[in-house]
Design a binder for this molecule. Structure first.
Ligand code: SF4
Length: 224
C-alpha cells in the first residue's frame, strides 16, 4: 500500500458545494486524469493524467490529517479510472468517502459511502457520435446497484430534461429521490440565469435542486 503512487492535482479543505451533502466541510482529493473532455469542464487543469504530482498514499494521508473533518471527497478528473483507487479508499476507511464520477466506469469492492454520479448529457460533448463514450448505461447501472449514490444531471436548457428522463428510464431500480438537477455554470451570472430554469424543472418533475456553492461563494476559484 505504501508504495502506491497517485497523480494528485490538488488536496484542499473546503465546503462541499453540490449534492445532498452541500454545505458539509470536506477535504477534497483531486486525482488528475479524465478520459472525457466536457465542454463545460470546470477543472480542465486536472484533465491530463500527467497534470498532477505523484504522491504516495501515506503522503496523502499526512495531508488530509491536517483538516478537521471526517468527510473526504475524491474527485477529479475521473477518479474511477485511477489504478490505485481501491488502495486509496481502503486507506481512508475511517473517513466518510464520497467519490465524484461521471459514471463511465464501475469498480468493484471500493470502500465508498456515496457515489456522486454526474452522467453526461449531450450538452457536454461536441458531436452525437461521442454519446457512447460519455454515457455508459451498463457501468452506471452497476454503480447504482452496488453503492449508495446520488445522480446529478447538469442542465443547460429546459429541453435537457428530455434526456434526463430517457436516461433514468434506461436504469433499473433507480431511486428518483436521489436524482438532482443542477445548473450548468462557471460564473454567478450563468448560475443565476440557469438556476431559475432548473428550479422550475425540479418543481415540475419532482427532482431535487443541487446548488453549486463553489460558484456562488467563491466564483469557482481553484482550491476553494
Ligand atoms: S468528466 Fe468531469 S473532469 Fe472529466 S472532462 Fe467532464 S467535467 Fe471535466
Amino acid at each position: 500500500m505504501q508504495t502506491s503512487r497517485i497523480n494528485i492535482s490538488e488536496i484542499f479543505y473546503s465546503i462541499q458545494g453540490e449534492g445532498f451533502l452541500a454545505g458539509v466541510p470536506s477535504t477534497f482529493i483531486r486525482i488528475a486524469g479524465c478520459p472525457l473532455r466536457c465542454k463545460f469542464c470546470d477543472t480542465p487543469y486536472a484533465a491530463s493524467a500527467k497534470a498532477g504530482k505523484k504522491l504516495s498514499i501515506s503522503q496523502i494521508l499526512k495531508q488530509i490529517k491536517k483538516y478537521p473533518t471526517k468527510y473526504i471527497v475524491i474527485t477529479g478528473g475521473e477518479p474511477m479510472v485511477c489504478p490505485n483507487l481501491l488502495q486509496l479508499c481502503k486507506a481512508l476507511k475511517k473517513y466518510h468517502i464520497t467519490i465524484e464520477t461521471a459514471g463511465i466506469k464501475f469498480v468493484t469492492g471500493l470502500k465508498c459511502d456515496l457515489m456522486s454520479i454526474s452522467p453526461k448529457l449531450s450538452n457536454a460533448y461536441l458531436k452525437p457520435s461521442d454519446r457512447n463514450t460519455y454515457l455508459k448505461i451498463d457501468e452506471l447501472q452497476k454503480i447504482i446497484q452496488n453503492y449508495d449514490y446520488q445522480v446529478k444531471f447538469v442542465i443547460e436548457k429546459a429541453g435537457d430534461i428530455k434526456e434526463v428522463k430517457q436516461t433514468i428510464e434506461k436504469l433499473k431500480k433507480i431511486d428518483r429521490a436521489k436524482v438532482m438537477l443542477m445548473p450548468q455554470a462557471r460564473q454567478v451570472s450563468e448560475y443565476t440565469k440557469r438556476g431559475e430554469i432548473v428550479a422550475k424543472l425540479c418543481k415540475k418533475y419532482g427532482f431535487a435542486f443541487s446548488p453549486r456553492l463553489q460558484i456562488t461563494l467563491w466564483g469557482n476559484k481553484r482550491g476553494k
